[in-house]
Design a protein around this ligand. Structure first.
Ligand code: CIR
Length: 253
């Protein structure tokens, strides 16, 4: 059984941070319907939801992934790179406190959860416009005692490390090779996204199910051909806010 923390889409989502995308209007009602369907997908995949209420003054607060890194042993409350997102932390810390011992990332370190890819005991941290080397150092110091190895990876041309690579099976990564060199990861099986779908490398893997955006059909078919069971979700409105599927939940046992 898994828990998944989610948060209702903010009524101010149209004021969200944008880095690589031009602003286009987000339909709040539709975004909330899509988010609800995403939550249903999480439940179907075996998650018990911990739903947090809307934060009207925090436009990006639906993207809870960026606020924490939850490991079996401990949870790290991040310090997001965008200052507008730092008030999201307190409510996440309160939601996680019953489940994990918490530690915090402190200034001058910044890190968004979207830049953190955990593969077993290896933790890869994207060095991006949001996450820096000081965060790598603080994570290394905090997690060494639990046996984790923390490794920085330079991120280019996209917002977060997990825009470019996510785990999609026990032994398989989904990668956009234009944004990340898959050889960095060693002996993993690699599924490359379809080149016509550059944003297609972000998937949520829960046991034998992949939550995956329905707007990347060519890559979706590749994943199906590789034997993966897909639960397709429509997240068109959240994608306009530069979000994807991993960013809308914090999943842990
Ligand atoms: C931001 O720029 O912070 C938000 N508009 C999007 C964050 C998406 N987070 C993620 O993919 N982990």
């Amino acid at each position: 059984m898994y828990y998944a923390i989610t948060r209702q889409v903010s009524s101010s989502i149209n004021q969200c941070e944008l880095t690589h995308l031009a602003r286009s209007p987000i339909n709040l009602t539709l975004a909330r319907q899509q988010h609800y369907a995403y939550e249903t997908a999480l439940e179907t995949a075996g998650c018990q939801l911990i739903r947090l209420p809307e934060e009207p003054s925090l436009p990006d607060s639906v993207f809870v992934e960026d606020t924490a890194l939850v490991l079996d042993e401990i949870a790290i409350i991040t310090r997001p790179g965008a200052a507008s997102r730092r008030p999201e932390m307190d409510s996440i810390a309160a939601a996680l406190a019953p489940y994990r011992k918490l530690i915090e990332i402190n200034a001058p370190a910044t890190v968004d959860g979207g830049d953190v890819l955990r593969l077993g005991k290896s933790i890869y941290v994207g060095l991006s416009s949001r996450s820096n080397q000081q965060a790598v150092e603080q994570l290394t110091a905090a997690l060494h005692m639990y046996g984790y190895q923390v490794q920085p990876i330079q991120v280019r041309d996209c917002l977060h490390l997990k825009s470019a690579v996510t785990q999609v099976a026990e032994d398989t990564l989904l990668v956009n090779p234009l944004w990340i060199d898959p050889s960095i990861f060693g002996n993993w099986n690699i599924v490359e996204i379809d080149p016509a779908e550059p944003y297609a490398a972000n998937a949520v893997w829960i046991d034998d199910t992949l939550l995956y955006p329905d707007c990347y059909p060519a890559t979706l078919h590749k994943l199906e051909a590789a034997g993966m069971k897909i639960y397709a979700v429509n997240v068109s409105e959240l994608i306009k806010a530069e979000g994807a599927v991993t960013c809308c939940s914090l999943i842990f046992r």
